[in-house]
Design a protein. Structure first.
Length: 207
């Protein structure tokens, strides 16, 4: 997860939130500072449900522009990678995970990543040590779902253990251990912490 930057805005956790003159009816964009020199970007859901995009030109923010014609629910999530394009994720109107990436020729077509139905917005994290992007979300049954592009293509969304969560999970790449850590609130009011270790997922909770 990128470190928070002060942008004259309210800070929630480690993510800087600022409304970038978004069009009426849009969800607030969340700019993210990329790990290498590149324009800071923001994404949001427009009033018609499409994903829109803006970036820092160095002299101010660009005009909002659509990223394809995919309609989503909630707020999009995205990651900046060191050598690969920016990737954007969302939850389509049927609750499925959808994905697009920006290449040399522009944004790729949106693709549906499996048939699992999500009950909340997906959240993505990039592992700079492995080059892998991981996505987590809450399933319709409250399970913590996960997918990644480790093998060069996206795996089916699968449940991490049998814990049921509420709200959205919070993933973070720990630079010290070079592993992904996820925290989430359980349905019985506990704090769940999950670590992706070589032998699989290590789960435990804190009351």
């Amino acid at each position: 997860m990128a470190k928070a930057r002060t942008l004259g805005s309210t800070l929630l956790g480690l993510t800087a939130l600022v409304v970038l003159s978004s069009p009426p009816g849009t969800a607030a964009a969340v700019p993210d500072d990329p790990p290498v020199p590149r324009a800071v970007e923001g994404f949001a859901r427009a009033a018609d449900g499409t994903v829109i995009h803006t970036y820092d030109t160095g002299a101010g923010w660009s005009q909002w522009a659509p990223v394809g014609d995919q309609r989503i629910l909630g707020t999009p999530s995205w990651v900046h990678e060191r050598v690969h394009p920016t990737e954007v994720f969302g939850r389509d109107t049927g609750g499925r995970l959808v994905h697009t990436a920006r290449g040399v020729a522009g944004w790729s077509d949106w693709e549906v990543l499996g048939d699992a139905r999500l009950a909340g917005d997906p959240v993505a994290v990039h592992q700079p040590n492995t080059g892998i992007t991981e996505v987590f979300a809450r399933g319709e049954d409250g399970s913590l779902l996960h997918t990644d592009d480790y093998s060069g293509h996206w795996k089916p969304l699968t449940a991490v253990g049998d814990i049921r969560i509420v709200g959205s999970p919070i993933p973070e790449n720990d630079a010290r251990t070079q592993v992904t850590e996820i925290t989430a609130d359980t349905v019985d009011g506990r704090l769940l912490r999950v670590i992706d270790v070589s032998a699989g997922w290590d789960l435990w909770s804190v009351s």
